[in-house]
Design a protein. Structure first.
Length: 263
């Protein structure tokens, strides 16, 4: 369920703070990406739901948005591929005439200790988690600069801040996203485009399903709020950074992790 209740004012009116905004959410066929797409659509944005493989999942995201009277369409693209990412952004701009919000959410894992990690697993994770943000942002910035408005939100992870054993590839990609975001934030600030990062902690999704129970239990012990996060809680942070209230915030990292990492 989207955080529509959080977008309601005291008078119970739904806050359509994204009315007339166009958003692209990469990797929105399930999990956190789906929650972000639903949240932005609940605020009135027209959302382009991207996926690479899971066509049924992406269709379900679009269906959920439309049944809540939101606006959404779907576009298949492997965003780790430069031309496909470019086609995704071009589609959004051609279809809607503008692009206001880009959420680089698509991500994957190939966990293994470094001694056993194949080179291919390093390359895939860096390509999907980091290069895709370059691919999409490069195309999006062009459209945003024309309008002198834009919000880019990149989904990193606490693993990119604190590091996780067995995740040198994933942690490097997520740390890379933070450096990328800060550099880009400085580049595009004169054009009124902001670039920020949301760093979730542990959120049960398909991505974390396969983690052994002892690792899940250990992660719980390290969370001051004593529970895992919900996709909707990550989506709420993204909506804040994508919204008007965050117009003076750029180059920042917002942890949504129950207090797991405090810096
Ligand atoms: P998820 O349920 O596995 O969803 C990942 C999404 O990324 C799917 O929609 C998948 O779509 C898409 N995707 C993967 N490769 C893609 C590609 N090359 N091109 C386009 N889409 C692609 O994972 P999640 O937990 O929601 O994770 C979402 C983001 O949050 C990721 O960046 C992840 O690293 C980050 N994160 C998650 C957690 C957590 O605890 N869950 C914590 C910190 C950060 P297809 O299947 O259609 O390819």
């Amino acid at each position: 369920m989207p955080l529509q209740h959080c977008l309601r004012g005291v008078d119970g009116e739904v806050d359509m703070s994204f009315a007339d905004r166009v958003a692209v959410v990469t990797g929105a066929s399930r999990g956190i990406g789906r929650a972000i797409a639903e949240e932005l659509a609940a605020g009135g944005a027209a959302v382009v739901v991207n996926y690479a493989q899971d066509a049924d999942g992406a269709a379900a995201t679009v269906e959920a948005i439309r049944s809540a009277e939101g606006a959404a369409g779907v576009f298949q693209a492997d965003v780790s591929d430069f031309s496909e990412a470019e086609a995704l952004i071009k589609h959004a701009v051609t279809e809607h005439g503008r692009l206001d919000i880009l959420v680089n959410n698509a991500g994957t894992t190939r966990d293994q200790v470094i001694m056993l990690m194949p080179e291919e697993d390093w390359d895939v994770v860096l390509r999907v988690n980091l290069k895709s943000a370059f691919n999409c942002s490069k195309a999006a910035v062009r459209a945003m600069m024309r309008k002198r408005y834009g919000r880019i939100v990149n989904i990193s992870s606490v693993a990119g801040i604190a590091g996780n054993p067995g995740q040198t590839n994933y942690s490097a990609s997520k740390a890379g996203l933070i450096g990328f975001s800060r550099a880009l934030a400085r580049e595009v600030a004169p054009r009124k485009i902001t670039v920020n990062v949301v760093a979730p902690g542990f959120v049960p999704t398909a991505l974390t399903n396969d983690l052994p129970d002892d690792i899940k239990d250990a992660s719980l012990a390290g969370i001051p709020l004593g529970r895992w996060g919900e996709p909707t809680e990550v989506a709420g942070a993204v909506a804040f950074l994508a919204g008007e209230a965050a117009g003076y915030i750029t180059g920042q990292v917002l942890n949504v992790d129950g207090g797991m990492v405090m810096a």
